[in-house]
Design a protein around this ligand. Structure first.
Ligand code: GLY
Ligand code: MN
Ligand code: MN
Length: 419
């Protein structure tokens, strides 16, 4: 039984008031969190940080540049962010009638409610970028920006003698740790992704095309409130199962094949990354099952070793080495050689606003980081490719598998595929 109407009414009013005073720019992240991220970054900022919003690409989806989104929550093109230890300024384009006919009304730096709408105390017109930049760099020897961005390169031409730093590296130090609000969005993306994989297994049938399976998956997470795919869906059957980033998804699937599905949702700008490999007809052959169980064993060994202090990347004692050693000491190819050489990619990467989220090279894992564990074996000669990928949260004592609701034992897969 639900609460009485009067209580429901008061609850709705309260939610309405809260939404009015605490607008979330990007879905689910409160305005205060963006401010806190900027404050944190400015504590150690020893120069001028300049970031440009992603340039508008006309008829393509507009997706904000992730570092810009992370620090501002601002979704529109044409904006610029400048920060020093003491100041943070957002630059916005002025109203433009022609552009607003095509793209809708924008917030102008001279609008009365601009501070409330942006969360910035200092909002200037875009035309003030150069003069403000020249003022700020007078007191700062260093400029932090995204290398290679044409707009940044032009601006840096005004300060050819200044030292250069990477804005991405600075922001990565913050982005490596996920806040509760970020984790809630990542979990939402995970739950929708798990549902998508289960729907694909249910729909799996020899004779269907890979793109039909991709459509079942994307439809599932779109209908669960996720706005995009986190990356181009990969549905690779038979010979395509050995191609790591196959996303043409054009082939008709046959009964005796395995199909690799590396497909995941993005919800409220946060990505998920999940792969499962299943038999098209619901039953692994003996050889497919042997390879599958080696990949699963390697994944379990690596996940069991996740804890703060360990490193993911290559080298002695890393998670990559644990997975490689497992694969290389289990099973053989058709020539009697060990299988390590068929594990042809990295085991892990960070996940967040980007599916391949930035991280410091060689960083030790810490609680609050979100990473994938994704071993694979790809044997072209046998048309067998198997990858198993989960996205996990590093905790104080180990890890939590965020995509753990999706089965991966052989018996469970065989019970669910095609049923
Ligand atoms: N889906 C891309 C990756 O697994 O890294
Ligand atoms: Mn991945
Ligand atoms: Mn993946």
């Amino acid at each position: 039984m639900g609460p009485p109407h009067a209580i429901l009414f008061v609850m709705r009013m309260l939610v309405g008031v809260l939404l009015l005073i605490a607008p979330a720019f990007a879905d689910g992240i409160p305005r205060e969190e963006y401010q806190a991220r900027r404050t944190q970054l400015r504590k150690t900022l020893d120069g001028v940080l300049v970031l440009f919003a992603k340039a508008d690409d006309d008829l393509r989806d507009y997706i904000q540049e992730p570092n810009f989104l992370y620090l501002t929550g601002w979704r529109d093109p044409g904006a610029v962010l400048m920060m020093t230890a003491n100041e943070e300024i957002l630059f916005l384009p002025l109203h433009n009638r022609t552009s607003e006919i095509f793209y809708g009304r924008v917030i102008d730096p001279n609008d009365k409610d601009v501070f409330e709408k942006t969360g910035f105390n200092a909002v200037l017109p875009r035309s003030a970028v150069e003069t403000t930049f020249l003022r700020l760099i007078e007191a700062s020897p260093k400029i932090y920006s995204e290398r290679g961005d044409a707009q940044v390169e032009k601006l840096k031409g005004l300060a050819p003698l200044h030292e250069e730093g990477s804005a991405t590296a600075l922001v990565a130090k913050l982005r490596e740790y996920k806040s509760p609000a970020e984790l809630a969005l990542i979990q939402k993306a995970s739950d929708a992704t798990v549902a998508a994989h289960l729907a694909a297994w249910h729909a799996m049938k020899a004779g269907k095309s890979e793109y039909e399976i991709a459509a079942v998956m994307t439809n599932t997470y779109f209908s669960l409130g996720c706005e995009r795919s986190a990356y181009a869906p990969i549905v690779g059957s038979g010979p395509n199962s050995v191609i790591l980033h196959y996303s043409a998804n054009r082939r008709r699937m046959d009964a005796s094949e395995v199909v690799v599905m590396d497909v995941a949702a993005e919800c409220g700008d946060y990505a998920m990354d999940v792969t499962r490999t299943v038999p098209v007809n619901g039953k692994f052959s003996a050889r497919q099952r042997e390879i599958y169980e080696i990949v699963l064993g390697a994944q379990k060994a690596a996940i069991a070793a996740v804890k703060p202090g360990i490193k993911a990347g290559r080298g002695e004692g890393t998670l990559q080495q644990i997975a490689y050693d497992y694969i290389n000491t289990h099973g053989k190819d058709s020539h009697g050689a060990p299988l390590g050489k068929y594990f042809t990619h990295g085991l892990s990467h960070h996940v967040g606003l980007d599916v391949h989220d930035p991280s410091e090279p060689g960083v030790e894992l810490k609680a609050g980081m979100v990473i994938t564990i994704e071993p694979g074996i790809y044997i072209p000669e046998e048309n067998i490719g198997v990858r198993i990928e989960d996205t996990i949260l590093v905790t104080d004592n180990g890890s939590k598998i965020l995509s753990g609701g999706l089965p991966k034992e052989v018996e469970e897969i065989e019970r669910l595929v095609g049923k």
